[in-house]
Every structure is written in structure tokens, then in C-alpha cells.
Design a binder for this molecule. Structure first.
Ligand SMILES: Nc1ncnc2c1ncn2[C@@H]1O[C@H](COP(=O)(O)OP(=O)(O)O)[C@@H](O)[C@H]1O
Ligand SMILES: [Mg+2]
Length: 308
């Protein structure tokens, strides 16, 4: 459905994309996960014809973006990072405006607006001006406006940043429904939980390029990252450390009062580890299990945290 090949983009002297490539099948929910400044918005802007790439090619629904931007635009709905709505108009009027902009025929438009308002739980507030809406409600109308022309593909750029949990959950429900109904979705985020929750496949983007790509399970198994157990002691002196080093097998290290033990089978290793510590008189004050998730994958790939 979408094929992005080696797109690059610079703003004056800032290189935003050094070469981004990915392919998305019809009906796939693709997450673009990366920290601030990674190039997510630049990628989405290029795909939605807001920006032109310096090089590379994009094919959407069989059309080459540079040659047939109008055909491409018809297939896509875009939810930009910044919400664009008219504050002085009601939600209904805003949707009427966006629908006509997307050339939705008048006859069907009103019905679609009603259905969409219902879907986003805002039918009872439709006559109120947008300026009376909360951030989350504005976002819901903003997403609704991108769906009125029934696009095959939906691009969403960090739609849940800074909105209330109620709106966020409603947006998640709508997204899950759209996904079930077969829509192709590209969703950018810097929250690993969101990428883990919905996405069929995830591209991890950093410094203008995709550094890893795959299903959640595939990404978790990249780079041989293991789960770890971090045990904090109250009485860890040199003598005790030496004894533990002799007694423990496998991959571990000490720092200050903490022993970090890497394991491919946490469940069995955890009880053994505690038993060994008890035998040696090591007093444990805390135990933390660090599972492999997209955060640890990102850390292993880049040496830095996803969230700064
Ligand atoms: N209009 C612009 N002018 C100059 N630099 C920009 C502009 N927009 C984005 N950038 C830079 O391009 C890089 C990628 O930005 P962006 O695509 O917005 O990342 P993200 O959406 O992942 O946070 C960043 O270094 C950012 O500072
Ligand atoms: Mg952005």
C-alpha cells in the first residue's frame, strides 16, 4: 500500500532525514517510534505532500507521489502533530468545512459528520464552538476531520501528546476499530507503550533514519538483549562481593550496592539467585526485574533513552 524508498530531507543546514525506507501492506498498523527530533514529523509531512523530499521516492496506493500528488492525497487522511481547527466555529461547522475541502459530496457529508461525531463521543457537543473544547476533544474532532472522505490510509503524528486519559482511551478505541475494519495506519509516537499496544510492525527512527524494523517480537529479539534482575543489598562490602562473584554463574555485574544479573530465563534464575544471596548472608532491600521492551531495545541500539 505504501512504499517509501530512501527519502532524504534537509532544512537549510539541518539534516532531518538521512535516508528513510519502509514498506507497509494494506491493512497494516505501522508505528514509527522515535525520540523528539528523530524525523517523524518530517517523514509524515513528506508522505502527506506537505513537504517535498530532497531525494527518494514514495508510492501510495499505486501512485508515485512526485508524479501524482492529487491521486495520493485522495487515498490519505492526515492528522498532523499541530491541531488545525477554527476556534470560532462549532465542531459541526469545522467538519463541514474539512469535508468540503476534501470534496466529500454534500449529500453524504452530513450523514458522515453525524456518524463520525457519534464515533468520537461528541454528538452532544457538536454545536459548541471549538474554543470551548478541551485539548482532548479538539484532538478527537481533528481526527474526525481526517476521516470524512473515507481514506484508505491514515497518517497520525503523535496524536495523544498532552491530552486527557479519557480522550486518549477513546482515540485508542477508534483506532482499534479502524484497524479491524482494514484501514492502513501509520502512527508516530515517542511512547513505547503505544507502539507496543497497537502496532503490527514498528520502525524505530533515530537521527533521520530507521535503525530497526519489525514486529514487537522481532524487535525484542534483536541484538541479543536479555532480561535482567537488579538486586539491591544493604550490606554489600568487598568480601561479600567476592563471595557472590564466586558463587554466581552467568552474566552479571556490580555497581555500588546493586547486582545486575542478566538472564534468558528470569523465572528459574530469580529464586536461585535469592537462595544464593541468603546462603551468603547478603541482605536484600530491593529486587527489580527489567523486562525487554522497546525502551531497552532503543537503549541497546543507540545508547540513549527514548524519552529525554
Ligand atoms: N522547519 C524546520 N526548520 C529547521 N529545522 C527543522 C524544521 N522542522 C524540523 N527541523 C529539524 O529536523 C529534525 C527532525 O525534526 P522532526 O521531523 O520534527 O522530528 P520529530 O517529529 O521526530 O520530533 C530535528 O532536528 C528538527 O529540529
Ligand atoms: Mg514531530
Amino acid at each position: 500500500m505504501i512504499k517509501v524508498e530512501n527519502i532524504t530531507k534537509s532544512y537549510a543546514d539541518v539534516v532531518a532525514l538521512t535516508g528513510v525506507s519502509f514498506e507497509i501492506k494494506q491493512g497494516e498498523f505501522y508505528g514509527l517510534l522515535g525520540p523528539n527530533g528523530a524525523g517523524k514529523t518530517t517523514t509524515i509531512s513528506i508522505l502527506s505532500t506537505i513537504l517535498k523530499p530532497d531525494s527518494g521516492s514514495v508510492i501510495i496506493d499505486g501512485f508515485e507521489l512526485s508524479k501524482n500528488p492529487e491521486q495520493c492525497k485522495r487515498s490519505i487522511g492526515v492528522v498532523t502533530q499541530e491541531i488545525a481547527l477554527y476556534n470560532k466555529l462549532s465542531a459541526y461547522e469545522n467538519l463541514l468545512f474539512w469535508g468540503s475541502l476534501y470534496n466529500v459530496p454534500d449529500a453524504g457529508l452530513k450523514k458522515r459528520i453525524e456518524e463520525t461525531l457519534q464515533l468520537f463521543g461528541l454528538a452532544d457537543r457538536q454545536k459548541d464552538k471549538i474554543e470551548t473544547y478541551s485539548g482532548g476533544m479538539k484532538r478527537r474532532i481533528n481526527i474526525a476531520s481526517a476521516l470524512l472522505h473515507r481514506p484508505k490510509v491514515l497518517f497520525m503524528d503523535e496524536p495523544t501528546v498532552g491530552i486527557d486519559p479519557q480522550s486518549r482511551n477513546l482515540i485508542f478505541e477508534v483506532l482499534e476499530k479502524l484497524h479491524t475494519d482494514g484501514m492502513t495506519i501509520i502512527y508516530t509516537t515517542h511512547y513505547m507503550e503505544e507502539a507496543e499496544r497497537f502496532c503490527d510492525r514498528i520502525g524505530i527512527i533515530d537521527k533521520g533514519t530507521i535503525i530497526a524494523q519489525g514486529t514487537l517480537a522481532e524487535l525484542k529479539s534483536t541484538g541479543g538483549i536479555k532480561e535482567s534482575i537488579a538486586v539491591t543489598f544493604t550490606n554489600l562490602n568487598e568480601d561479600l562481593q567476592l563471595k557472590l562473584k564466586e558463587a554466581l554463574l552467568g552474566d552479571f555485574h556490580f555497581s555500588k550496592q546493586i547486582l545486575t544479573y542478566y538472564s534468558a530465563q528470569i523465572r528459574t534464575d530469580l529464586s536461585k539467585l535469592i537462595l544464593r544471596c541468603n546462603e551468603l548472608g547478603a541482605e536484600i532491600s530491593n529486587i527489580e526485574i527489567q523486562k525487554v521492551n522497546l525502551e531497552t531495545v532503543f537503549l541497546a541500539l543507540t545508547g540513549k533513552q527514548l524519552r529525554d
